[in-house]
Design a protein around this ligand. Structure first.
Ligand SMILES: N[C@@H](CCC(=O)N[C@@H](CS)C(=O)NCC(=O)O)C(=O)O
Length: 227
């Protein structure tokens, strides 16, 4: 059994963006896991990992931290199970996509939903979260709410390349989903779990794609507490 440390939200919400990459990767590999939710501010609970962020997994005696390193661990250790990357070239391209999502898409989504996320964090994290994210955004959470229209415009511009790609193929990885799909999906799952704003209309290629991911593994990602 693999243990996964992830963030604990209000009402058992699994709202940790990066942990959704690991959750989907574990399902893709057909691996059972036990979730261990922790408050974002409780660094003592995850000190064993040598770092300050989740996801972290413990697989037997091995502890792995950072969603990308966890994906590589799962791909290498469980090489006989469905592949996450599709070989060495796919691994390289997927890592590049991971960087684009983290550096371009996550900063575009954050100002749209951060005030909603704040309402759904564990009460113990209220002040920590505010301090952390007001630092990233360089404005208050309340100001971020007022600036949403501009933030949404930026988000739509950022999403344009994936919109175009998903008109041509059903998944980011082509005909079937794999890790790059889960990287992108983690961002929309973060939104879904923490905010009642829905940025898609049902005719968007991204909407159909998200639905296909939500259906995977018997609706694993669909059937959880959301906003
Ligand atoms: N590059 C890391 C980023 C992990 C990360 O930022 N995790 C967030 C939760 S989704 C976290 O633990 N934040 C705690 C904090 O900022 O104090 C990864 O891919 O795992």
């Amino acid at each position: 059994m693999i243990t996964l440390w992830e963030l604990k939200g209000k009402g058992d919400r699994c709202y940790s963006l990066f942990s959704w990459r690991t959750r989907m990767a574990l399902k893709h590999k057909g691996l059972e896991f036990e979730s261990h939710p922790v408050a974002m501010s409780d660094k003592a609970a995850i000190a064993f990992s040598g770092g300050k962020t989740v996801p972290i997994i413990k697989d037997g005696e091995v502890v792995v931290r950072d969603s990308w390193r966890i994906a590589e661990h799962l791909e290498d250790k469980y090489a006989d199970r469905p592949t996450l990357f599709g070989g060495a070239i796919g691994r390289g391209v997927t890592q590049t996509f991971n960087t684009w999502v983290d550096r371009a898409l996550v900063p575009a989504v954050m100002p749209v939903i951060v005030a909603d996320v704040h309402e759904r964090v564990d009460p113990a994290d209220d002040a920590y979260f505010r301090q952390q994210f007001e630092g990233f955004l360089k404005c208050t959470l309340e100001e971020s709410r007022a600036r949403r229209p501009q933030a949404l415009e930026r988000l739509n511009r950022t999403l344009e390349p994936v919109h175009t790609a998903l008109k041509r193929q059903p998944f980011i990885c082509g005909t079937a989903p794999a890790y790059a799909d889960y990287i992108l999906f983690s961002v929309f799952q973060w939104m879904r779990v923490t905010s009642s704003q829905d940025i898609f209309n049902s005719s968007d290629p991204l909407y159909g794609w998200r639905d296909r991911i939500l259906d995977l593994y018997d609706g694993f990602a669909r059937n959880i507490p959301t906003a």
